[in-house]
Write a protein that binds this ligand. Sequence first.
Ligand code: ZN
Length: 369
Amino acid sequence: MMTTRGAHGLTRRDALGRLTLGFGAASILNLDAVAQRRNGNTTGRRRPVQTVTGGIDPARLGFTLSHEHICAASAGLWQAWPELFGGRAAFIRTAVDQLRQAKDEGVDTIIDVTTVDLGRDIRLLGEVARKSGMQIIAATGHWLDPSRSMTARTVEELAEFFVREIERGIEGTDIRAGIIKVATGGTIDPFAEKALRAAARASKATGVPITTHAPGADRAGDTQAAIFESEGLAPATVCIGHTDNSPADYQAGLVTRGYYLGMDQLPRGGPAPPGTPLQAPNALTWEQRYAQIKTLVDAGFAPRLMLGNDHSIAMSLQPTAADRLRLAQNPDGVLFVSRKALPALRKAGVSEEAIRTMTVEAPRRFFEG
Ligand SMILES: [Zn+2]
């Protein structure tokens, strides 16, 4: 039964037990054995992917956006100050409207990479998914805003927390995480390194893949990859994110080694007035990003590319007035990929088959493991 044993063959008790016992040399070997059994897929069964409304066959993911946020905030803000978002009920209506529209225009699944320190509210995600009909995959893991309590955690404790959210549920619900998100700046600080190692161990114990926030201009994905590989993690388990704003040789290096690339901040290549939040001054243009995608597709890497907007329907990480500039820069919101990027890629000569590979087949294979 899927409630107690995943297709990867590791029971919840096994996973938690291994983590509680810690990660001595012997238990690392055990986790490797678990991962090998899973990758060997001796049963022939597909591992279900967890959405906030339940586990589904990866074949049902359909058109998938690889990196989005219903709401990006800080831990506890929804509970303490919902008025900042216009009130919970009003925000839910807005999010449901936008996701219904996205569904109408062909988006089947959104990977919401909002972690606990980004103000994730799993009940809110659940309600938005149920009311909109959008399939939403929720994330465990950690972003760039560790509290003192999180900074104090050991690698083993962080891994235990991630596995708890994957195997048991999030925030006291039975909604389970379907992906592990981790983040670093251009250089990797001590907390980020712990989070990366914990993500690798949780992924090996559960079979759930990892997606990262990696500033591409700083080639952060290379350093992340080195840490994952020192933990014995297979590159095909990881999507290095924000790779659409990065040098071509960096993209080629990672994808050649077997990593998925998240071309997932595509709206941010457009013109924006100075002071627009999240818009890097030297960001690659839309045209440059599409040309890089075309080059990678022509080189045969479409099966390793995933597309996304990194759009937040609401975001409280900057003053409210400045946030209006962010929304004005991308009026299509989560539909930028469908409405703007895909037509531009077609015009640049990317085939319909390659587009389907990047938006449907690559996410499916990423979750199948
Ligand atoms: Zn993001």
